[in-house]
Design a protein around this ligand. Structure first.
Ligand code: CTP
Length: 398
């Protein structure tokens, strides 16, 4: 039986959590409820206790009724934590790592997937501080269920009402069901750009943010894989529960990938690798001199091609960033690098590619079949890619 911890924070939508708890219980899930003090102003712990059939914890310092060192115990025993509704102030506390209530303390202590369903007034929802916090939470690997649009309890109309109860339950179930489909698999993801230094303060690179690779690492972890993330320099936060190896240059990325490669079942190369490096790297900062400066570059190794040559039974997934002839170029790369799948994105399109939170892609198989993925979040695309990987792993020995 799967165990879900439902955190309820205090807003007018708190009452809807009762429906969520009931819905999860009827699906055969063991539900435990944690509430903030504010949530108890809107709905009583007794209601949730009756619906879930388990004690409800509000006070972090109360005598434990079920498990000792309560927030850690709940954090460890959870298959998934759902926060519904999540208020603006709760989202702010969690983003800042403040653990002064039972819900946030439990989340900070868990490695289980966390799903957050925000609900608040639409102006509050649109506030830049709230949006920035939600983006941070997304980057940390939390899954957000976007609020719905419509009539709000305060009389306003707009974005901010808690997502439909059925939608929340579906997302939780989807998460729990697919959680195990990469269990027992070792998966390596590369992310971010590489850098090639010209001198100690100047380098050649590209604007890759690492968001796609980090989303893949978090999604694979949520689906039960043991994940190694080899990351170039990025501003992304390391996803909890993932082993991170930080590198700077293409040569360092190659070395880190080769070190882990023998133990891997799946390798996904989302990194935007710099193909050329300066032939020499000046040990001191270069001074400006003549009007022109010629920099001689030499080829970097093609990491994915090297992996393709040693592929064996492993599943290899590449990315193709293109600005023209997307599908044709991507197909060429599948062959040239001996890949199983390639994720082609047209980095020239709005909403796709470097630095965005969204992507538009085509997932192309070795046999030529194509799955077009319309504009979606990088988290969603990560899961769509892993869905294809899972199908491929079924055909391989474990
Ligand atoms: N890649 C790699 N090592 C390189 C260059 C690319 O491992 N030196 C990987 C990328 O991580 C990506 C795939 O190869 O998964 C394709 O990268 P892309 O930049 O689209 O293509 P390139 O192979 O570099 O080819 P080109 O620049 O000619 O389009």
């Amino acid at each position: 039986m799967k165990r879900v911890i439902v955190g309820i924070t205090g807003g007018i939508a708190s009452y809807k959590a009762a429906e969520v708890v009931r819905g999860l219980c009827t699906k055969g899930i063991e539900v435990h409820v944690l509430m903030t003090e504010a949530a108890t102003r809107f709905i009583t712990p007794l209601t949730l206790q009756t619906l879930s059939g388990n004690p409800v914890v509000v006070d972090m310092f109360a005598e434990p009724r079920l498990w000792n060192v309560q927030h850690v115990a709940y954090a460890k025993k959870a298959d998934l934590i759902l926060v519904a509704p999540a208020t603006a102030s709760f989202i702010g506390r969690l983003t800042a790592g403040i653990a002064d209530d039972m819900v946030s303390a439990t989340i900070l202590a868990t490695t289980a997937p966390v799903v957050i369903a925000p609900a608040m007034n639409s102006q509050m929802y649109r506030h830049p501080a709230v949006q920035a916090n939600l983006n941070r939470l997304r980057e940390m690997g939390y899954q957000l269920i976007a609020p719905g649009v419509g009539e709000l309890a305060c009389g306003d109309r707009g974005e901010g009402r808690l997502a439909e109860v059925s939608q929340i339950i579906d997302q939780v179930l989807g998460h729990l069901l697919r959680k195990a489909d990469l269990a027992g698999k070792n998966l390596l993801v590369t992310a971010g750009p590489t850098r090639e230094y010209i001198d100690p303060v100047r380098f050649i690179s590209n604007p890759a943010s690492g968001k796609m690779g980090y989303a893949l690492a978090a999604a694979a972890r949520d689906r039960g894989a043991e994940v190694v993330l080899v990351s170039g320099p990025t501003a992304q936060l390391p996803p909890p529960g993932v082993k991170v190896s930080r590198v700077t240059t293409t040569a360092e990325m190659l070395a880190a990938v080769l070190e882990h490669f023998p133990a891997m079942d799946v390798v996904i190369k989302a990194a935007a690798v710099v193909d050329y490096r300066p032939q020499t790297r000046a040990s001191q900062k270069l001074k400006k001199g003549s009007e022109q400066y010629v920099l001689t570059l030499e080829r970097n190794p093609d990491i994915l091609k090297i992996l393709g040559e040693r592929k064996g039974d492993k599943i290899l997934v590449g990315f193709a960033a293109e600005t023209q002839d997307l599908i044709e170029n991507a197909r060429e790369k599948i062959k040239a690098k001996n890949l199983d799948l390639i994720v082609a994105n047209d980095v020239g399109q709005r909403g796709a590619g470097f630095g965005t939170d969204t992507n538009i892609a085509a997932i192309i198989h070795r046999d030529g079949t194509i799955k077009e993925i319309p504009l979606c979040s990088k988290q969603d695309l990560a899961h769509r890619i892993l869905d294809e990987v899972v199908v491929l792993t079924r055909g391989r020995k474990s």
